[in-house]
Design a protein around this ligand. Structure first.
Ligand SMILES: [Zn+2]
Length: 423
């Protein structure tokens, strides 16, 4: 089969047939198919890799560690091995991508596959054995998992359906439990999406972002700035980048500069998008996804304190149960509450990067001023309504047909990497 990547069309070999939506992950570049096991285990191919290739390769590493006799062999469709591979992808690798510590998590999966007897018995080992095992774990993280996680990412196929969470300094100041909970919650909110490809949520450092995005992708940032200020700055840079890219492809259309006064923030976030297809040179067309969305961490925590912390809490007044500014003082409950709130707030804004109408749903997480919590802050689910899920699903499919096989303009081309990060 042929898939378009950021580096043009390339032949991929399908390594098995998964259940619906998993197919796109079962592809590996034919150039690495017959490579020696060591080479395949150590490093990604040169150049950028798609999120799907990254997930497939990490799944291979875990699968091979558990099944050493199958290392670097293609998995046959409809076998129990293919089922095991797909389950590792779905239940272990994809959750690790939107986790605070992908390298560590995937490293652990490989380490315990190699050393199953150590699970829960590390401290009982003699000191020199502990040291050797620690070295082995470090080596797995650094030399086996690390190279894959250091690669720059490329735009995937049209239905790549990836939500990129910018792993910036603001997000990194959060406790790992909060980050993990936020990523899990965001992924959970979009887990209903089907029809050929699941949504993948990935935490990604700015330098590793793809140059171009599909209309089915989304980018969300957690910021210390007021959300309208962040989105305005991001759009300004992105408009410049996209206008350069579509002009180079022969388009005469230009995105107008964003207008700060027209970017009206929601309670703690904002999203703005203009995903379009426009005429380019010689009767061709180009797809250009302009999009930015942000959640203000401080405004979100204020909101949670005002609306959901029991008893009276008024702005500016402290209360013993309020979530403190100092993250070092957060209890496990605070960490969980902020994580869930952040995941849901990001999901609300990401929805705006797909659905044009209705702008807000009648009820559920996609509604205007949506509730973030039920009665019980950690167990009651708040989700998109059934009608809204239909809107989101059809918006994503619609954007994919709109893009089709058209060229895609770069939002963050190599030449623009020294300028402001445009998301
Ligand atoms: Zn909204």
């Amino acid at each position: 089969m042929y898939l378009r990547t950021g580096r043009g069309s390339e032949q991929f070999v399908v390594r098995g047939q998964g259940t619906q939506g998993v197919q796109q992950y079962l592809c590996r570049p034919s150039s690495t198919r017959n490579s020696r096991r060591h080479a395949a285990l150590s490093a990604p191919p040169s150049g950028a890799i798609t999120v799907a290739q990254l997930a497939a390769s990490l799944t291979d590493l875990v699968f091979w560690a558990r099944n050493p006799s199958l290392a670097d062999k293609a998995v046959k469709p409809r076998t129990k091995e293919a089922t095991e591979w797909s389950q590792i992808l779905k239940d272990e690798v994809r959750p690790a991508l939107h986790n605070s510590s992908t390298r560590w998590r995937v490293g652990q999966l490989i380490f315990f596959a190699r050393n199953p007897a150590i699970l829960g018995h590390f401290k009982e080992q003699p000191k020199d054995r502990q040291l050797a095992l620690s070295r082995e774990f470090d080596d797995i993280q650094k030399n086996i998992v690390g190279p894959w996680l250091n690669a720059q990412l490329a735009r995937g196929p049209v239905n790549s359906r990836t939500i990129f969470v910018v792993d910036n300094d603001t997000l990194k100041t959060l406790p790992w439990e909060t980050r993990t909970r936020a990523g899990d919650e965001l992924a959970l909110q979009f887990a209903f999406v089907n029809g050929g490809a699941p949504m993948t949520v990935i935490f990604l450092e700015p330098a590793r972002f793809p140059e171009a995005f599909n209309l089915s992708d989304a980018v969300v940032t957690v910021t210390d700035l007021p959300p309208n200020v962040h989105v305005h700055t991001a759009l300004k840079q992105q408009v410049n980048n996209l206008n350069r890219a579509i002009s180079a492809l022969g388009s005469r259309q230009t995105f107008p500069a964003p207008n700060l006064s027209r970017l009206i923030p929601e309670r703690y976030g904002l999203a703005s998008m203009n995903k379009l297809v426009t005429a380019a040179a010689q009767g061709t067309q180009v797809a250009a996804p302009l999009m930015s969305s942000a959640v203000s961490l401080k405004e979100l925590i204020d909101h949670v304190n005002e609306e959901y912390i029991p008893d009276v809490y008024r702005k500016g007044q402290s209360h013993k149960d309020a979530i403190p500014d100092d993250k070092g003082k957060w209890t496990p409950l605070h960490k969980a509450i902020v994580g869930i709130a952040l995941g849901r707030a990001m999901a609300h804004e990401v929805r705006h990067l797909y659905v044009r109408t209705p702008n807000h749903a009648a009820d559920g997480l996609g509604s205007d001023s949506a509730r973030l919590f039920g009665k019980d802050l950690t167990t009651d689910p708040i989700t998109f309504s059934t009608a809204d899920k239909t809107s989101i699903q059809s918006a994503i499919s619609g954007l994919e047909s709109q893009q089709g096989t058209r060229a895609v303009a770069a939002s963050f081309a190599a030449a623009e990497r020294s300028l402001d990060f445009p998301f």
